[in-house]
Design a protein around this ligand. Structure first.
Ligand SMILES: Nc1nc2c(ncn2[C@@H]2O[C@H](COP(=O)(O)OP(=O)(O)OP(=O)(O)O)[C@@H](O)[C@H]2O)c(=O)[nH]1
Ligand SMILES: [Mg+2]
Length: 503
């Protein structure tokens, strides 16, 4: 007989998604047609990839990071160009872009290598641009590029807030005073997680935005689990590429500090030089570039630094040098010229390595992709919660509450407890316990016993581990006690799953 234990982790996880879908159905049935589109959208998002928004100030490097993630120069980043509308990148073929207007109508745009500069309609009439690409990263994520925050154009800031936090740029967390405000606010609460870009020290308006996002997130918001910080432009950090210290290393030190200082807002911070990765990954580096760079190896650094005023070093075409600076940035030129000449391939590998992108992508995988179901379920339940509050409808709130109490929704509590605990008491034995519980593919791994262990033994073991976890709650502070209870419940649920099979 097939037990729950033999099901792969994905099946076990999808029980969570199925339970939340059922909550949506309950709400839909109760409301009888009202809010059908909005609740339907929440339900549909549960079976789509996780939505990750890239946010930060104007020119923080958001679009460059998006391009590096998808491996295409699709998002506009040239000087003077800015992201005026919220743009969703999702997996799909053929490559195409669709404008979604605020009145709900859609218009198809051509994508010839990049997005058109002119959208043909004023930005105020655009809800979002949806770009479909066949890019590996988009199989797991919908990436949302956003206009810069706190910009001179109030409209950009509004668009970002509306897309990420919800509401027409007004402070989140208030009880909406009428149903239509409620509708626009929560229908727009669209991102499951954010990558938050800062250049050097963050400013107060950036912190305020993150705090708003956290407040607008569901239960997990309290744990900052759905936000990763990115210290961008790492290659020009500190004294810059011509200084003594490697700016990327200096940025690394700063990122670790930021992660500690901003632990309440982001779950971690990584230094990233997205320009280097964008160039390496999008075919911008050619053999002539590698040759030009190698030819700069012997140049006087002081002269090279001021080449725009003093002219290109002998034997180097200023046009080639200009192109090189644009593709590699000053860091790539200053530091890359002393690399052993390994051609374009060697240069690309070096840029990829220095960019910090792989490290960021690993973190995105660990924090977001592996836990996508938990993050999506959290957002969906939160949106339904808000609807219940806005409509003052006890039946909606009951539907959500009974979902939250369902054992299938327990993974949400596990992840939240782990995240809070890692910060409050990283040395607690509960950290390892909850990590295994949340990451393991099946119950044998969760219990640390070999496959094929009879169900009756699994039950005994699970109950013993539950008692051990529960014991950690005694005399502990609230965070440890919550983690202990969550872990104990996880083991009891495992025991329950196998108790039936052992009879
Ligand atoms: N040196 C360096 N330049 C970068 C990096 N990332 C982005 N840039 C440059 O910074 C400028 C702005 O980058 P974008 O990616 O367009 O920034 P953005 O945040 O999308 O800007 P808006 O959409 O206008 O808010 C461009 O000229 C990029 O080439 C980086 O890691 N290092
Ligand atoms: Mg941009």
């Amino acid at each position: 007989m097939m037990t729950t234990d033999q099901l792969p982790g994905s099946r076990a996880r999808s029980a969570l998604i199925q339970r939340v879908e059922r909550a949506c159905d309950d709400v839909l049935a109760h409301l009888g047609g009202a809010y059908a589109a909005e609740v339907g959208a929440v339900r549909a998002a549960l079976s789509e990839p996780l939505r990750v928004a890239v946010v930060g100030r104007v020119k923080a490097g958001k679009s460059t990071l998006v391009n590096a993630l998808v491996g295409r120069r699709i998002a506009p980043t040239r000087a003077g160009e800015c992201t005026r509308v919220v743009t969703w990148y999702r997996y799909g073929a053929p490559d195409r872009a669709e404008l979604v207007l605020t009145d709900g109508t859609r218009r198809t745009l051509r994508v010839d290598g990049g997005l058109p500069e002119d959208l043909g309609v004023p930005a105020e009439r655009v809800d979002r641009l949806e770009v479909h690409l066949q890019a590996g990263a988009l199989r797991d994520l919908i990436i949302i590029d956003t206009p810069g925050l706190a910009t001179t154009t109030v409209e950009n800031d509004r668009a970002t807030r509306r897309a990420i936090i919800g509401g027409p740029g007004d402070p989140p967390g208030e009880t909406p005073d009428d149903a239509s405000t409620a509708s626009s606010r929560w229908a727009a609460t669209q991102a499951d997680a954010v990558l938050f870009l800062v250049r050097d020290a963050e400013r107060s308006d950036e912190v305020a935005f993150l705090q708003d996002f956290r407040a607008a997130s569901g239960e997990l918001g309290a744990s900052a689990l759905n936000a990763i910080g990115v210290l961008s432009h790492a290659d020009v950090f500190g004294a810059g590429p011509w200084g003594g210290d490697d700016p990327i290393e200096v940025a690394g030190v700063r990122a670790r500090r930021l992660a500690v200082d901003r632990a309440a807002e982001v779950s971690d911070v990584r230094p990233v030089a997205a320009l280097l990765a964008e160039s390496a990954r999008t075919g911008r580096i050619r053999e002539p570039d590698a040759r030009t760079l190698a030819a700069l190896g012997a140049a006087d650094p002081a002269r090279l630094r001021l080449w725009e005023h003093l002219g290109a070093p002998d034997g180097v075409d200023p046009a080639d040098l200009g192109r090189l600076v644009e593709t590699l940035g000053p860091y790539g030129v200053a530091r890359g010229r002393s690399l052993p000449d390994a051609g374009a391939a060697g240069l690309m590998a070096w840029l990829e390595d220095r960019s910090g992108m792989r490290d960021l992508e690993l973190l995105i995988r660990r924090r977001f992709v592996v836990r996508a179901d938990v993050l999506k379920a959290d957002r969906a339940l939160d949106v339904l919660d808000r609807l219940g509050v806005a409509l003052a409808d006890p039946a909606v709130r009951d539907a959500v509450e009974s979902a939250r109490l369902d054992p299938a929704v327990h993974p949400l509590k596990e992840v939240r407890a782990l995240s809070l605990l890692t910060r409050a008491a990283p040395g607690s034995p509960l950290v390892a316990m909850l990590t295994t519980l949340t990451e393991a593919a099946d119950d044998h791994i969760r219990l640390g016993c070999p496959p094929g262990t009879p169900p009756a033994e699994l039950v005994v073991l699970a109950r013993r581990l539950a008692a051990q976890a529960q014991a950690q709650a005694a005399f502990a502070g609230p965070t440890i006690a919550e983690a202990a209870r969550a872990a104990a419940r996880s083991f009891l649920l495992i025991a329950q799953r196998h108790a039936g099979a052992s009879r």
